[in-house]
Write a protein that binds this ligand. Structure first.
Ligand code: NI
Length: 253
């Protein structure tokens, strides 16, 4: 069955039908999912969802565009949240240079603080890195051998993929791989070891073809698995089985 490694079902996009949708996922072949925090509030909500639904796990962390809400007190609160039952990772954390709302040095400071928290609690990390490949790799070098995790919505080069795989990370592959213009990503998916790929949606965003543009949800993951199967010339069943094993390994479930 499918393991969804990255979803945001706390998002207001699901306010009208969240419970119905979540309860239907099992029927659509989804065995488990990790709801990922991107702010203090959504981290709290992720824990609530994990408490309510047996198949949901939570990740807590503050996204680079939200790190200005972090300070000594909120960091302590985050640490307490991270110790809660069913919290399987610290994330999503990282660097995002696409929008320059938050200065780079501030992003780096809080990324590092949250990486240190993951080391301290022996939790994997979920990395969000956009237009910041060099700085992300530079910072992650310091943690080689001390951390593992997922490079979420992997969008960089083959060389960059090699670096992360060698450093012990998994690559999160989602709807983007089904886009006809995602040539670079398809090449990465063709080359990286299969035991380092995990499935993710990042829903409500990044809906795979043929539903691109609509609200995303974990029940569209078979389209992602099908595309990976096509690229790797193996069966969809095999892709779902291997990525499920990988997800359980990285999240220690
Ligand atoms: Ni996300």
């Amino acid at each position: 069955m499918i393991f969804e490694t990255h979803a945001h079902f706390d998002d207001e996009a699901y306010d009208k039908d969240r419970d119905t949708l979540l309860k239907s996922l099992n029927f659509h072949g989804v065995e488990a999912l990790v709801n990922v925090g991107a702010s203090m509030a959504s981290s709290r909500q992720s824990i609530e969802l994990a408490k309510e639904y047996p198949f949901i796990y939570a990740a807590v962390g503050v996204h680079p565009e939200q790190v200005e809400e972090l300070n000594e007190d909120t960091m302590k609160e985050l640490e307490e949240m991270a110790k809660e039952e069913k919290v399987v990772a610290i994330g999503e954390i990282g660097l995002d240079y696409y929008y320059d709302d938050v200065p780079k040095d501030i992003q780096k400071k809080w990324f590092k603080e949250q990486l240190n928290l993951a080391v301290k609690l022996k939790k994997p990390v979920i990395i969000h890195s956009r237009d910041a490949a060099q700085d992300t790799m530079e910072m992650m070098k310091e943690y080689q051998g001390k951390l593992t995790g997922i490079i979420h919505c992997f969008s960089y080069s083959k060389e960059c993929a090699d670096f992360f795989v060698k450093s012990g990370y998994y690559l999160g592959i989602g709807g983007v791989v089904t886009f006809s213009n995602a040539k670079k990503l398809k090449e990465v998916v063709k080359e990286v070891p299969l035991n380092r790929i995990v499935l993710e949606t990042d829903c409500p965003y990044l809906t795979p073809t043929p539903y691109r543009g609509k609200r995303n949800s974990s029940h569209y993951l078979p389209y992602v698995a099908e595309e990976i199967a096509k690229i790797r010339e193996i069966s969809v069943v095999e892709v779902i089985r291997i990525t499920n094993e990988n997800a359980k390994k990285v999240y220690q479930i």
